[in-house]
Each structure stands twice: as C-alpha cells, then as structure tokens.
Write a protein that binds this ligand. Structure first.
Ligand SMILES: [Zn+2]
Length: 86
C-alpha cells in the first residue's frame, strides 16, 4: 500500500504503520503518521460494539454472514466518525 502525504509534505511512503489510540472509555482511533513530516491521518474509529462485530467477521467462514457483518461495521464506523466530528 502506497500513500501520498496529501495533507503535509506530498512525499510518498509505503506501508503506513497503523496505531491505536484510546480516546474515551471504549472508543479508539486508528491512525497513521507520515514518516517524513509527521502529519496524522485518521483511518477510522472503533467502539466496543464495532470490535465485537469485527471479531465475528474474522471468525465466520460464511460469505453471506461476512458481508452482513461488514455492512454493519461500515455503518457503525460512519456513524461513529460523524459523532467524533461534533
Ligand atoms: Zn508528510
């Protein structure tokens, strides 16, 4: 995965290192930083419920079930992201 630092130095870097930061009791932010200039990019947020769904997603071998869970996770992540902006 190649990333261009569009918010900062415009340099390209490979394989961003994803980090997790605890924001509130059960909310975590997943992000990475540009290794050249240190600008931070937020990827997504998770809460307890999302992490539970992700765990189920990893376990299931049923494609339909997987897609269903994926949709749920995406919806919840979007909602959470909206909430975090407030
Ligand atoms: Zn940069």
């Amino acid at each position: 995965m190649k990333v261009i630092c569009t918010k900062g130095c415009n340099k390209q870097f490979e394989k961003p290192i994803f980090k997790e930061k605890k924001l509130k009791e059960d909310i975590r932010e997943i992000y990475f930083k540009c290794p050249h200039c240190g600008v931070k990019y937020t990827c997504f947020y998770t809460d307890r419920e999302i992490r539970k769904l992700q765990a189920l997603q990893r376990k299931t071998k049923d494609v339909k079930e997987f897609d269903k869970l994926k949709e749920k996770v995406t919806n919840k992540m979007n909602k959470l992201k909206e909430n975090m902006k407030k």
